[in-house]
Design a protein around this ligand. Sequence first.
Ligand code: 13P
Length: 262
Amino acid sequence: MAQRKKLIIGNWKMNLNVHEASIFVHTIAKDVAVHRDVEVVLAPTALALQPISLQINRRQFKLAAQNFYHQDQGAFTGEVSATQLRGLVEYALVGHSERRHIFHESDKDIRAKVQAAIRNHIKPVLCIGETAQQKADGETNDCLHDQLVGGLANVTSEELEKVVIAYEPVWAIGTGNNASPSDVEKATRAIRSQIKHLYGEASAESVHVLYGGSVKADSAATYLQVPGVDGLLIGGASLDRQAFLSIVSKAHGAAATQDASA
Ligand code: 13P
């Protein structure tokens, strides 16, 4: 079986202006090694995508949009479409819990965005995860099932090859309450089993599944070793130069270990 690449995505959310984002990239670039089995992806403010795209070595960094609108063009004041992002970004986050909970995006909106990303040759990173209440009620798997089925309806098995799934429990985001490795392993297994049910064994083996939620430099290696976890989606720690570099180097280490044991 082909090795799945490690993916480290830094989601800067609504932090850093264009100038600060550019300086941040400049300061980490000299310390991020290029590794064929690790992809380092930056998701800055939409305003910084264009200037940063001109600044980066695309073998070293890829870019992701944090959000976009599902229509390709038209009278949608204030929105940015996947068509406008095409060529600029390799990935786009879809269904992030902040979009679901603060901006009330529904599974229908999220499904339309997944479709728009695929149509525009952008890989959607479909974010799913349960709330604290759902976890307490034992509804984690049901929630993951519903968000997967909701987000992936209409996605063919060929298109699924471009989709990344990120497991981000809502209660773990920005709270410091990170999920235990065994919780993450269980959720990852539930996700792959659902993908297997929808698309078959080969897709379940090849789909990339990330973990996100309060990952820090000192917890990254633990998550990267959880069976079935192919990388990390990082918020707060991605804005800390040392922490982010340390996480990237741990992904390099995890990829190298897998290479050696392959
Ligand atoms: P934190 O790492 O700050 O918890 O954020 C996680 C996240 O939402 C990444 O998309």
